[in-house]
Unconditional design. Structure first.
Length: 367
């Protein structure tokens, strides 16, 4: 939803009424995940997408109806529904949307500010049951109030405050079910918790041509990119304008400073081709909880580096964490092709999917 905020502000400033449709649940296969959103104004202007084009026309009509009645509702499109076929939902899944007439306020102002500051924040919305449409903003690790708004009563707010922080820590977005006062295992109230976690980080060691290409692709994928090289003449803003941070330092010293902040969503890519950089960088990376560690080099370089890592005390569990040589075997040669190879491997590692051509696989395309 955050990619639509500029449009929300523009419409609010001009006095335009609009409705927001958010994907809150997906059963089976589907092109957009929970949290995807589109918005429709009273004059039928549309931004965003909830299905990659499959059901948008039907959602526009539902949104206009919601605007006219100043209401909210859950709308479902399923693969077996005649209506879903009529509007083009042929992905094989069931899509659940929550539609509401937009009403801003303090929660929206603070949500924008926290996202801009890259502070973790979650928006909880009652989508079914008493208080449907109520919102609670849960702010983690920031100054000021920790929550803004209410879902209807203090007991439910307290439980959601706790659970939303857990969802934020895991980077999850989805529906939770409660009793009216937050009781567990009761389906009286359904709450959609949308996590706005800071962007994942990618640390790239080595100021080489492959780094520039990888940094550009990683930025498109939503990573906050840091480029690190001990050679000041190479680690320049002119060469790496896409980097959020440029560090002129040794890899192990940078990882000593920032390693504790890295988690499973983050990636470290070591592209230096130099043992005096590679080995300290790998040892430092293995001391973190980062989800992906990739190291560039030929198979001969890989074998030599592995021997050096063993001499440095890296055990088999540590070696098994490494993606070396880095990337998927797609025949990449240029820096740009290699960047695609590397990011494809990162995505494959994150999703747990084996990288094979869709034409030779079966089953859902989207889990």
């Amino acid at each position: 939803m955050k990619e639509l905020f500029d449009d929300f502000n523009r419409w609010n400033a001009s006095g335009q009424q609009f409705a927001v449709a958010r994907v809150v649940d997906l059963e089976g296969s589907g092109p957009r995940l929970p949290g995807a959103a589109m918005a429709v104004t009273e004059s039928s202007d549309v931004v965003g997408s909830v299905s990659g084009g499959c059901v948008e026309g039907a959602v526009v009509l539902e949104s206009l109806d919601v605007l006219e009645s100043a209401s909210h509702r859950i709308v479902t499109f399923g693969f077996s529904d005649d209506e879903a076929f009529a509007v083009g939902l042929t992905c094989g899944g069931t899509l659940h949307l929550f539609l509401e007439a937009f009403e801003g306020g303090e929660w929206f102002t603070q949500l924008q500010a926290d996202i801009t500051a890259e502070a973790p924040v979650a928006l909880a919305t009652v989508i079914e049951g008493p208080g449907a449409g109520n919102k609670l903003l849960v702010r983690a690790g920031t100054d000021g109030p920790t929550t803004i708004g209410s879902l209807g009563n203090a007991d439910l707010d307290r439980v959601i405050d706790r659970d939303a922080r857990g969802e934020l820590a895991a980077g999850r977005t989805g529906i939770r079910h409660y009793g009216e006062h937050g009781e567990a295992r009761e389906g009286v109230v359904s709450v959609f918790i949308e996590s706005f976690a800071p962007p994942p980080k990618m640390l790239i060691f080595g100021a080489v041509d492959f780094t520039a290409a990888l940094g550009r692709v990683a930025k498109v994928l939503g990573y906050r990119v840091t480029v690190c090289d001990a050679r000041e003449v190479f680690a320049t803003r002119a060469r790496f304008p896409m980097a959020a941070d440029l560090e002129v330092d040794w890899p192990d010293r940078l990882l000593d400073r920032v390693g504790s902040d890295l988690g499973p969503r983050d990636a470290i890519c070591i592209l230096t081709h130099d043992a005096k950089f590679d080995v300290p960088a790998v040892v430092g990376a293995l001391a973190t909880s980062v989800g992906y560690i990739g190291v560039m080099g030929s198979r001969r370089t890989h074998d030599d580096r592995t021997a050096r890592l063993v001499d440095a005390g890296v055990d088999q569990d540590g070696l098994d964490r490494l993606h070396s040589p880095i990337g998927l075997d797609i025949g990449a040669r240029t820096p740009e092709e290699t960047a695609i190879s590397i990011t494809a491997e990162i995505i494959s590692r994150r999703t747990g999917r084996e990288a094979r051509a869709l034409k030779i696989t079966e089953g859902p395309i989207h889990d």
